[in-house]
Design a protein around this ligand. Structure first.
Ligand SMILES: [Zn+2]
Length: 545
């Protein structure tokens, strides 16, 4: 990869149209993937469907077995590509921010699901608002699709629905209606809950599912499709569930949490998304609205049992049916041919480490090793504030040490991290962050993961086959690396004015660079892409503690 200005790189890196990039009119329809084929009437609704933690390798393996349901309809009406995430920040919040904004962490400022904040001296969540109780896009540095629609001033609406607040909020930005699941109240919530949402929540209470039991649709079929037993090595369960079926929400410590890891989680999100079409009158006129939907339960099932498991096979077969019903409902509510849809993911996931011959590493063991290395130089103390992927933050006490001592301390910490067999790459953030347009190859990709102001002092990345997790939250598999299984995700595009064809059996050769997704959607919406809008004003410096 040759050096080129950062923004020009974002514009040139995909086999997609250049509209929306400097020197290109944003009103031109794109050519290539996602381009119109034949007219069936104006596009009224653009749907972004994110299947959280959906690796390309897993879907391509399962595709031949998914016949006659929603996935096959997608592949009969759409184009099927492999999408490549731009940086090793293959995590939920950076991934959803990327889909909404077109920017990796170096632009979006969304480093991870949570990160250490030096001035606040605490971990902040990606959508935590220090000024109020409601989650917000406070930490997002750039506009997203909701902001792009608002900037167009056409009166079009933007709505998102997810079980996770970070997924719902970061796809839209500061404008639009983001809806998410509030576990503490066992209901849907939003910054301002519209009356239709309150009515929907009352008519279809989530609390009615707290005694649901997840049993497999067809155990014999799961055994045949997966080729493994229900309790394959490495399966741990999730949210209080064990490794094997059945999974009864009421038997877990926190049933309101457990439904996040059940197929009903997907059904609740899709049901609320359809209710939003009625409630917000989406797709009711010829100015297209946006409906962004993120299926978080898919991520938790991946974490708990892995993509090879009976649980993930069962969830996929159910999702196949749920999608068929959702697409039929779009036809009924918006009209056949009057909606467009892009299905993709925020990140992939590793195959089971037992299969990949890797292993699992706890964040705590990395933090301990880093601290012991610092103690060897600085004496007893708490020298590490956080070691959550992808960066290690020195504590305030460490940063207060004389500047001449710190390079040796950091070198020792890097040696300590490199001694883990599952850690492949360790480096200094100052060597890689900022001026991404001047960097090439791996250095460019690492740069895109880092924020010069917000990231920790040292970054690290797991080796192929190895996954990271917190000690309190062991996982069967995970994501968060620069490896291809985390980077590559399916992208299925049902553009406006499409013509059905024989269901696709094989993924297209043209890889889509994931920074382009927000631009494709902006074109379908007829608005200026978020990457071509002015930057949001930077948040004011945080108050001193
Ligand atoms: Zn995840």
């Amino acid at each position: 990869m040759t050096a080129m200005p950062y923004r020009r790189f974002l514009c040139a890196a995909a086999a997609l149209a250049l509209a929306g990039c400097p020197g290109h009119k944003t009103s031109q329809p794109p050519s290539g993937p996602g381009s119109p084929a034949s007219a069936t009437g104006p596009n009224r609704l653009v749907v972004l469907l994110v299947i959280d933690q959906w690796p390309a390798w897993a879907f391509e393996h399962k595709r031949p077995m998914l016949v006659g349901g929603g996935f096959e309809r997608l592949l009969r009406e759409g184009e099927w590509h492999r999408g490549r995430h731009p940086s090793p920040a293959t995590l939920t919040a950076p991934g959803h921010a990327l889909l909404g904004t077109g920017e990796p962490p170096a632009g979006s400022g969304i480093l991870a699901n949570q990160w250490w904040h030096r001035d606040l001296e605490k971990i902040v969540k990606s959508v935590e608002d220090p000024d109020g109780p409601v989650s917000s896009a406070r930490w997002l540095r750039v506009p997203a699709l909701g902001d792009a629609i608002a900037a167009a001033g056409t009166g079009a609406k933007a709505v998102s629905v997810s079980l996770k607040d970070r997924a719902a909020i970061l796809m839209l930005g500061r404008s639009g209606l983001a809806i998410w699941y509030d576990k503490t109240k066992v209901t849907w919530t939003a910054k301002e809950v519209p009356p239709w949402l309150a009515a929907h929540a009352a008519a279809h209470p989530i609390a009615a599912h707290l005694r649901d039991v997840w049993t497999p649709l067809d155990p014999a079929k799961l055994a045949q499709l997966s080729g493994i037993a229900d309790n394959a090595p490495g399966e741990l369960g999730e949210s209080g569930f064990g490794p094997t079926f059945p999974h009864a929400a009421a038997d877990t410590k926190d049933p309101a949490e457990a439904i996040n890891a059940m197929p009903i989680g997907n059904e609740l999100v899709l049901g609320t998304a359809l209710a939003a079409i009625d409630g917000e009158k989406l797709g009711a006129d010829d100015v297209p609205d946006l409906l962004a939907v993120s299926l978080s339960a898919h991520d938790l099932v991946g974490h708990g049992w892995g993509h090879e498991s009976w649980e993930m096979w069962d969830m996929t077969l159910r999702l196949d049916q749920q999608l068929a019903a959702f697409l039929a409902a779009l036809d009924a509510k918006v009209g056949p041919g009057r909606w467009s849809l892009l299905v993709t993911s925020d990140h992939g996931a590793a195959p089971m480490t037992e299969v990949a011959r890797g292993g699992r590493i706890t964040t705590e063991s990395l933090k301990d090793a880093a601290n012991r290395a610092a103690i060897a130089e600085l004496g007893p103390g708490e020298w590490i504030a956080s070691a959550k992927y992808p960066t290690v933050f020195l504590s305030a006490a460490a940063r207060a040490k004389p500047a001449k001592d710190l390079p040796v301390v950091m070198k020792k910490i890097m040696y300590a991290l490199r001694s883990f067999p599952g850690i492949e790459r360790v480096g200094l953030t100052t060597d890689f962050a900022g001026r991404c347009d001047t960097r090439t190859g791996d250095a460019f990709e690492i740069c895109m993961m880092l924020d010069p102001e917000r990231s920790g002092e040292i970054f690290y990345m797991p080796r192929r086959g190895w996954v990271l997790h917190d000690a309190a939250d062991p996982t069967a598999t995970a994501h968060g690396s620069g490896n291809d299984y985390d980077r590559f995700v399916p992208v299925i595009m049902l553009p406006p004015k499409r013509t059905p064809h024989a269901p696709l059996e094989k993924v297209d050769d043209a890889t889509i660079y994931m920074v382009r997704i927000s631009t494709v959607l902006a074109h379908w919406l007829g608005v200026t892409p978020p990457t071509s809008l002015p930057r949001e004003p930077q948040p004011p410096p945080a108050p001193a503690p």
